[in-house]
Design a protein around this ligand. Sequence first.
Ligand SMILES: O=C(O)c1ccc[n+]([C@@H]2O[C@H](COP(=O)([O-])O)[C@@H](O)[C@H]2O)c1
Ligand SMILES: Cc1cc2nc[nH]c2cc1C
Length: 354
Amino acid sequence: MVKPLDNKFSAQIKQKIDLKTKPLGALGQLECVAFQLVNIFSQHTSDAEFLSKKWVVIAPQLIVFAGDHGIASQGVSIAPSEVTGQMVANFAAGGAAINVLCRQFGWQLSVVDCGILNVPEADLGVISQRLGNITQAFHEYEAMSEAQLEQGLTLGARILTLQSQKGANVYAFGEMGIGNTSSAAAIFSALSGLSPEETVGKGTGVSGEVVIKKQQLLAQALVLHESKLTNARNILRCLGGFEICQMVGAMQQAARLQAVIVVDGFIATAAAMIVIALSPNAQQYMIFAHCSGEQAHAKMLEYLNVKPLLNLGLRLGEGSGAALTLPIMQSALALYNDMASFEDAQVTQVVQGE
Ligand SMILES: O=C(O)c1ccc[n+]([C@@H]2O[C@H](COP(=O)([O-])O)[C@@H](O)[C@H]2O)c1
Ligand SMILES: Cc1cc2nc[nH]c2cc1C
């Protein structure tokens, strides 16, 4: 079960932010981030501890879930499925964008093989939680079986529990999987009722013709599975990927632990949408890192009524947008902890005009 935030200290947190030496709201979204983080971190804190404690991000973990997609055989990506495994090897060797950003900011990075076609050599440090080699093409079959779905949710939760032993209070979620923008768009259409024309985009950078092909495959899938697409579990099973499934399990577990969940781009947000559909309280623990260049990501964020922290036109995945939020979260907390109040600094309190 995902508990709602108890909001025990929320009025005090808001007041402390408002009494800092600045015009009301002048730190913009940093104020929202500070409020959300302190509200989450203070869930099991006594009144005395709350007043004296400095709030910090502890042992931040970024987990990249990788999976291959049957739908990729339909030519929906600029890259073949083999690239998923090749990129996983790149993650393991430390050369990808996400490795650079994790080193830059201090995330601990884990990579999970949820079921990819070409598995890198065993000793590369990739965590193996395989549900199969590849999902079935969802325009003709259910992407995965009930057993694979169940196992994926369990294994996703398991990896989060393992990482939580490092004492982390923030988890970020990224993915790698050729073809997975098709899967994420299908999930978004099934959950929202939006047409494939509205949810499909260019993914890795396909041409207009391929976008139309993607839309047609999605339309076919939505008709094929129509009778089953009435709940979030079936939507995930029929249209999802092994990596999306494990991301759902891991995000659910992070929410159960009342930890912060940093959601990356289009595919990670599709996983978050499933989590929210299953457990609406989970959204209280989520920070949406950025608005991706994938055209329907802005629509997903609008559908969830959330404001992302960044808008840099990123469309890489891997957790790259999520990685960039660590210094933002740390800055928001440092301001909350250390910035003087009007009273501390003997500055005349300014009142906002009408
Ligand atoms: O995170 C995003 O918003 C995002 C947007 C477009 C593409 N991607 C990445 O590109 C791959 C999927 O693109 P595609 O064209 O193969 O469906 C997958 O590995 C994702 O990590 C990621
Ligand atoms: C090269 C490459 C790197 C990626 N990283 C995430 N998705 C990707 C897709 C491609 C094609």
